[in-house]
Design a protein around this ligand. Structure first.
Ligand code: AMP
Length: 398
């Protein structure tokens, strides 16, 4: 069975074609600068890499380029698009309506459209990809896999904000959480790694990428997560502030005399590591820190401290802790961040092994001391594979 996974952004389209019987990627690609006069098309199939500059007028044109590359008579990995059994789409916001991956019908497309106010940047772009695929793939089943769905098990005491209840009832103001596909994937892989049923485990999964979030997972179900109604809440991110006193927004409005949309842009695009140190890239930040840059040093400490606080809070929420799991570009690769986060955490049963932490690998691994009551794992995430698997599971239920 071959499943195509699509992640459609406002000006980009990412794709991966999976051969599900072996969980392998046949081809993948990234088409960027859609809508501009010079688009970038990067395609990879095995060792073969193709890079082109071409105008990509819109998402429909992007899908057409993708199909041509996948079905190319010389370098293609399939002969015809009809070889694709189904298409799985990443959809950012499913609100309270979508608790599972869902076969896309007219009604589902409409519901994704209706959720646009909750994700004004992402849902319209995701929907554009769905519509463009429909025009080429016709009746091939398309499945929506929602970033928010995994967190729909969070109980009311964790998802409500302490504000007028009507704002929840009429406007849907509550915690939804994001990165659900990644948290679900690494939690499942952590259970397999520990050779224990996920239904018996209490886990904290720590996704540290450009966007970052933490989830508390009890018996395979998300019971709390750090991102909130929007992906702005929680730990420090590349350019997002994470948790701040909401009073700051009104103070800034008065002091800077800027409209709210500009303050929103400051918190989303000029804050986090970038605001603190001048760079949103953790590798750059660590380089600067090594050279004695004080701002980079402080940003590093703030970043790790915030994660520590969440681990403490989620341990209390879970009632027991079996493992913490690092993932995402920073979680998988940064020895320094993992060390700083786990430093002096014996009180929670977390004891990292310095040498194991320093071992570089792309594989799933444990980095705790033998005597550590809590396992510390590094599990590379694979959101695309998870979307492909969830797409297959929807087909199997049909
Ligand atoms: P992601 O959004 O998951 O691709 O993660 C991007 C982040 O991972 C960026 O801040 C990168 O600097 C960071 N990153 C990637 N590789 C490393 C590394 N070897 N050490 C530290 N940070 C890294």
């Amino acid at each position: 069975m071959k499943i195509l996974v699509i992640n459609s952004g406002s000006s980009s389209l990412k794709y991966q074609l999976f051969f599900m019987d072996k969980s392998i990627v046949l081809a993948s690609g990234l088409i960027e600068r859609i809508g501009e006069s010079k688009g970038n098309i990067n395609h990879k199939a095995g060792e073969k890499k193709i890079s082109k500059e071409n105008e990509v007028r819109d998402h429909t044109a992007a899908i057409k380029f993708m199909i041509e590359l996948l079905c190319d008579p010389e370098d293609g990995v399939i002969k015809d698009k009809s070889e694709i059994t189904a298409i799985g789409h990443r959809v950012v916001h499913g609100g309270e309506k979508f608790k599972e991956p869902t076969l896309i019908t007219e009604e589902v497309s409409h519901a994704i459209y209706e959720h646009e106010p909750l994700a004004p940047l992402h849902n319209p772009a995701n929907l554009t990809g769905i519509v463009a695929c429909k025009s080429f793939f016709g009746e091939i089943p398309q499945v929506a896999v929602f970033d928010t769905a995994f967190h729909q098990t969070i109980p009311p005491e964790a998802f409500h904000y302490a504000i007028d209840n009507q704002l929840y009832e009429k406007h849907g103001v509550r915690r939804y959480g994001f990165h659900g596909t990644s948290h679900r994937y690494v939690a499942q892989h952590a259970a397999e790694f520990l050779e224990k049923p996920i239904q018996s485990l209490c886990l904290i999964t720590i996704h540290l990428g450009n966007g970052s979030s933490i989830a508390a997972i009890k018996n395979g179900k998300s019971i709390d997560t750090s991102m909130g109604m929007t992906p702005l809440e929680g730990i420090v991110m590349g350019t997002r502030s994470g948790d701040i006193d909401p009073g700051i927004i009104f103070y800034l409005e008065r002091q800077l005399k800027k409209p709210l949309n500009e303050i929103e842009a400051i918190l989303n695009k000029q804050s986090g590591l970038k605001g603190l140190s001048g760079t949103n890239d953790m590798r750059d930040l660590l380089e600067r820190k090594k050279k004695g840059d004080r701002k980079a040093e402080l940003a590093f400490l703030i970043y790790a401290y915030r994660i520590k606080k969440y681990i403490g809070a989620y341990t209390a929420a879970l009632g027991k802790l079996d493992a913490i799991v690092f993932t995402g570009g920073i979680g998988e690769n940064s020895i320094d961040i993992r060390e700083e986060v786990c430093k002096e955490m014996k009180v929670l049963g977390i004891e990292i092994d310095e040498n194991l932490n320093k071992t570089e690998s792309r594989k799933e691994r444990s980095i705790h001391k033998i005597e550590s009551p809590v396992a510390v794992l590094v599990i590379p995430t694979n959101e695309e594979l998870q979307i492909a698997r969830e797409t297959r599971s929807v087909l199997e239920k049909k």
